[in-house]
Design a protein. Structure first.
Length: 168
């Protein structure tokens, strides 16, 4: 083990900095405001190594102290400051939409972009530039280009009614 460490010593600063960036990027995949502090701790140790020569044990000690201290002191503040909606559902375009956003679609107007044919369980509508699977509320077919109103949502499928029929 010591042989490996001695061979990597000239590159230790860069290894810590790259490790810090990788750990910080891990925060994007696993949200929760935990990994970012360990990433910052590793990056700070790498930056210190560019200025001062530190033993490997001291590097590990500083990494743990910096990471845990910043986690304890700043996590609550950072989590509140960067509070956002948790994205839960696929929006059909390779990104996601939160359940709060999906619920807010009720009553919105949409346009049928693929014929809604309940017998074939097919059909799509476009709402605010996003495409959704759709079915008609009364089980009837609805042609492409028809204006509809979103009446309910069943997971990632919107249940719609023809706008003109609902107004009568």
């Amino acid at each position: 083990m010591m042989i490996i460490i001695s061979k990597l010593t000239p590159y230790a600063a860069y290894i810590w900095m790259v490790l810090g960036l990788v750990i910080a990027l891990l925060e994007l995949c696993i949200p929760g405001f935990i990994f970012i502090f360990f990433g910052v701790g590793a990056f700070v140790v790498g930056t210190l190594l560019l200025i001062v020569d530190l033993s490997f044990k001291l590097q590990l000690f500083l990494f743990m102290i910096l990471s845990l201290t910043s986690l304890i002191l700043f996590r609550k503040y950072a989590k509140g400051r960067f509070k956002g909606q948790l994205l839960l559902q696929d929006d059909g375009k390779g990104s996601a939409i939160s359940s709060k956003d999906a619920a807010s679609l009720l009553g919105e107007q949409a346009v049928v972009i693929v014929d809604i044919i309940p017998a074939k369980a097919q059909g799509k509508v476009e709402v605010h530039g996003t495409s959704w699977s759709a079915l008609s509320s009364d089980g009837s077919d609805i042609a492409s280009g028809t204006s509809v109103v979103i009446m309910e949502r069943n997971n990632l499928t919107l249940i719609v009614g023809i706008k003109d029929k609902l107004q009568n």
